[in-house]
Design a protein around this ligand. Structure first.
Ligand code: ZN
Ligand code: FE
Length: 257
């Protein structure tokens, strides 16, 4: 199984899954890079998966289905033109041609109906998390609460450590700059930042990440750590009451960072 990032717009990745013959795409904000890749590799599109309603994730759906009559999977509770397979937590997407099964997670926070897709097999497993989690960061709370985002991120943190994490934006370096402010001392994070800087210097993606890595470096998965709580306490003059309050404070700070 190959999982390829197709760069789109300024910093989006459209993830394309293929086996050399068949392909599925996740969050095609633009049809052009998808069409180009399908044509250059001689692949047949068999499914479109969508995580949430934002235009940079769905903008290419209409064009793609005009040329490829494939099922379009997406969140049941968001109004998205073209979706004919509405999904929510517990649903399983079976992509027969690719021999792939993905389970659906409800992960509200960034948007109210945001979903994520998790494939346990083939090893090491894959998570398509949309704009809910980025490497070293999380999505803005446009429609949801800190409590929802906290619960959504906890679902990701509960997945196997080796799971590859396919985020939809290349925000890693700017997130790491914030992570350094939120948690000044974190050797694993510093090591990861050096690797990511080297990748970006060569214009290569920093993604996919892994669950283990995110648990080690991502301040939004580390809201309960003393190191993060101490920084927040120092900024506001009082300790956040719990992990949700900690995430709320961290997210509000990141919004203006
Ligand atoms: Zn979004
Ligand atoms: Fe986005």
């Amino acid at each position: 199984m190959n999982i390829i990032p197709l760069p789109a717009f300024r910093d989006n990745y459209i993830w394309l899954i293929h086996d050399g013959r068949h392909a599925a795409v996740v969050d095609p904000g633009d049809a052009r890079p998808v069409e180009d890749f399908l044509a250059s590799q001689g692949l047949t599109l068999t499914a479109i998966l969508v995580t949430h309603h934002h235009p940079d994730h769905v903008g290419g759906v209409a064009d793609l289905v005009t040329r490829h009559p494939v099922p379009v999977f997406g969140p049941a509770t968001e109004r998205i033109a073209g979706i004919d397979r509405p999904l929510s937590e517990g649903d399983i997407v079976v992509l027969d041609e690719l021999g792939l099964s993905l389970s659906v997670l409800d992960v509200p926070g960034h948007t109210a109906g945001h979903i994520a897709y998790y494939a346990a097999a083939p090893a090491p497993g894959a998570l398509f998390c949309g704009d809910t989690m980025f490497s070293a960061g999380c999505g803005r709370l446009f429609e949801g609460t800190a409590a929802q985002m906290s619960a959504s991120l906890a679902k990701f943190a509960a997945l196997p450590d080796s799971t590859r994490v396919y985020c939809t934006h290349e925000y890693t370096l700017s997130n790491l700059a914030f992570a350094r402010a939120a948690e000044p001392v974190n050797a694993a994070r510093d090591e990861y930042a050096r690797r990511c800087e080297a990748l970006r210097a060569e214009n290569r993606p920093t993604l996919p990440s892994t669950i283990a890595l995110e648990k080690a470096v991502n301040p939004f998965l580390r809201c309960g750590e003393d190191s993060v709580i101490a920084t927040l306490a120092e900024r506001s003059g009082s300790r956040p009451a719990d992990a949700v309050a900690s995430l709320a404070a961290l997210r509000a700070w990141k919004d203006v960072f």
